[in-house]
Write a protein that binds this ligand. Sequence first.
Ligand SMILES: CC(C)(COP(=O)(O)OP(=O)(O)OC[C@H]1O[C@@H](n2cnc3c(N)ncnc32)[C@H](O)[C@@H]1OP(=O)(O)O)[C@@H](O)C(=O)NCCC(=O)NCCS
Length: 247
Amino acid sequence: MTVRLFTWEERPDLAERGPDSADVWPEYNLHGDAFDDWWEPLLDAAQFQFALYDEETDTVLAEGHTGPFAWNGDDAALPDGIDAALEQAVTARRDNRPVDTLCAFAAEVAPAARERGLAADLLRGMSALAARHGLKRLIAPVRPSWKERYPLAPIERYVAWRREDGQLLDPWMRVHERLGARVTTPLPESMLISGTVAEWESWTSMVFPESGEYVFPEGLATLHVDRGNDRATYWEPNIWLVHPDLP
Ligand SMILES: CC(C)(COP(=O)(O)OP(=O)(O)OC[C@H]1O[C@@H](n2cnc3c(N)ncnc32)[C@H](O)[C@@H]1OP(=O)(O)O)[C@@H](O)C(=O)NCCC(=O)NCCS
């Protein structure tokens, strides 16, 4: 297997051949309020989107989505969620503002290519892209993969859990930490996904007969259902991970 990184600018044809969103994300995750506004404009910056491409099989195995903005290195000044970070990346480009930090927005490995170590290759690819553009560092508002197993645990506690060998319990956070990233600010309200009760019922294949808090499949936190106002609201929790400054 010979895996190479190509940006969408270098190989626009590969942009159409990445893993299907439906195979990578739970349905509810495709309906973020801010994502609806900012995701497509983020992808327009083709030099910051890339594919990991296997030349032997002519297949896109994984995709990385990133965008730069300015950050002064102070943890307290990190955006207060992935929604805010996404807006910063898109508006920085639109307004031609100076940037110094690459932010990771999504890492997607095709299901058939998982558990082969491509997660670390994606992160190395993001750092290489940051270096190529003269940026200082890579940061990531990470979606911890195993949080779905602990939807009731506060994100502040979950991100501190470690195995007996000292490594982080969460597999995706572990890959970041092994590459030198620092676990920083927990984001209990990182990405807002709101909809009507019927929309949330269709996204989760559940029914929500009464108002209240619900655990649902693959949810990292609970869903708040308000039948009186026909609204269901979910805040996806994330955690900021800051990678070491680039040489
Ligand atoms: C999260 C994701 C990028 C990981 O990619 P991957 O190629 O499967 O991961 P890797 O093979 O590189 O493994 C990374 C770590 O996760 C662990 N892991 C991967 N899949 C696992 C599974 N199903 N169960 C348990 N551990 C698993 C690996 O053991 C490894 O940890 P270790 O090296 O400490 O053993 C991939 O599963 C994915 O695309 N998920 C859907 C989208 C997503 O959640 N992206 C991340 C948020 S942006």
